[in-house]
Design a protein around this ligand. Sequence first.
Ligand code: ARG
Length: 626
Amino acid sequence: MLDVFRTAAAEHLSKSLGIPVETAFSGVDLAKTKADFTVAVPRFRLKAKPAELVAKVVDNFEPNEYIERVSSDGVFVHFYSRTTTLTRHVLGQINELSKPTEKCPHGLYGTNVTGAGKKIVIEFSSPNIAKPFHAGHLRSTIIGTFLGNLFEACGWDVTRFNYLGDWGKQFGLLAVGFERYGSEEKLQENAIMHLFNVYVAVNKDSKAEEERGGPEVTNEKASAVFRAMEDGDEKTLALWSRFRELSIKAYELVYARLNVHFDVYSGESQVETAQIHATLAKLKEKNLLSTKTKEESRPDWDNKRGAGAKSAEATDVDSVTGEVAEIKVEDATVPDAGLALAVDLNKWKLGKPVVQKADGTTIYVVRDIAGAIQRYEKYAFDKMIYVVGDQQDLHVKQFFKILELMKEPFVDRLDHVNFGRVNGMSTRRGEVKFLDEILDMAKESMMTQMKSNEEKFNLIEDPEETSDQIGMTCVKIQDMQSKRIISYNFDPARMTSWDGDTGAYLQYAHVRLCSIVRKVAHQVVLRTDPAQIDTDLLIEPKAREIVYLLATYPDVVRTAIKTYEPSTIVTFCFKLSHLISSAWETLIVLNQEQEVAQARLYLYTCARDVLASAMRLLSLTPLDRM
Ligand code: ARG
């Protein structure tokens, strides 16, 4: 709706400066101060002096239904919308568009159709089977889910894609481990936990052999098993496939709890061998391959162990094994000559990633290259996003660059949405169980706080579900409230506090907006036809502030999709919540004259609906009691 007022401002600019309306429109920005719109006159690049131009705009101004007045400040002109028109139109639109439709059960306000007809693949979460689901995976899950909702809200056809770490030498190791330590019963009971324990045990064996400097039986066996897997050995693959399926089943439960779903469970294993061969052939054909040293070409040469290998600035320390969680970044510093194949990206300061080991087995980076090509063939996406932590910045840059050197047509459709790491979130027992533990902890804390008000507590229909939802809101808000790239300290006490900008506070703000409707029901029942509500009665400055903020929501959504920043939406939610909480004392509904009460209640219900929309975009479930 703000665009209508923007247009009115643009029309006046167009007339007084003699420029096309479209040009003028693009110069009308949302104001940062008390005005509604601001125009920096020099941006039109006209011949006359800015001061003269400003004078022209201001002197020729005549108020109309949309714009009430203008003012100037140096080279800026400020426009002020007519409050009565603004309030009526904005609330009318929110009311109209917040009604559920078949396709959009939560209404359309804030959505747009800029992505209509376009396809996006969003890859996120992507945990590694038999390894801990660490904070990086949790962040990817939270941010990726938000991006899925955001793109959908902008009309895109979204495919949510989970690229599991379900292939590689560690599966050879896991198979060897399962033979030694596995239990069919435990596997059925808790696949994720059991596989992790097996992996830890067999890893210990392998490490011990390595330290002894003797024969590395375990390691060699593991390499052989993985080679068999890559060659399509049925027996090994059958075992692997069961590991994979049972793990996915377990992941699905946690995802469901988090309001997260995927359209595709893919993974490194799903990158076709033929596609990998074709990729290597293409690299060769384009003269992009060179070789690595003998040492690094050893069949069991492992990226994180190879001479000079820097396993990134890895910090995901696993407190079970005391080990640094493997970060899949290829070593980029090793010298030339040898047997493994690599692509030299030193020209771009991206090192020299290995694309094929000497024993012919595939490697993480090449699966990503071939995988991207395969996905493009399958989905013909207009955009594909990888939501992966900044520890893999180098890896992503490498495979994007290689795709570019291969002249793949879709390279500029790829984006890496990265994020900083979470400090102080040490795993107690590792795995998804660990994620469950966090959610349980947040839930418990919410339950205790809810119980402190017995009267309210007794009215909550399903306290278990409610406390779980608030707890999850806390975890997600903590994660999304700052810019993605900023790393943060995991702080359970702060996260679950009811004071300050936390998830609990946000839910409370929504609950309070819901409760006002219940509290005044004996005096005021909101009329369903907005034409019968006199919005001109909303004369308080607070009311106008709220209306204007609500009106900016569609713009906030458009900004968020440009920057891939959930914090844009979170900031909006908190701004709105603070504004509402400061309005309760002046914009009273109870014991007011009926027409005034109607208008104010209308404002609150609109605010409630917009807050709910924004919360849903963040994958939160807005509550009506707590
Ligand atoms: N499974 C990987 C890890 O946990 C993340 C996958 C990132 N995505 C990708 N296309 N490489 O480190």
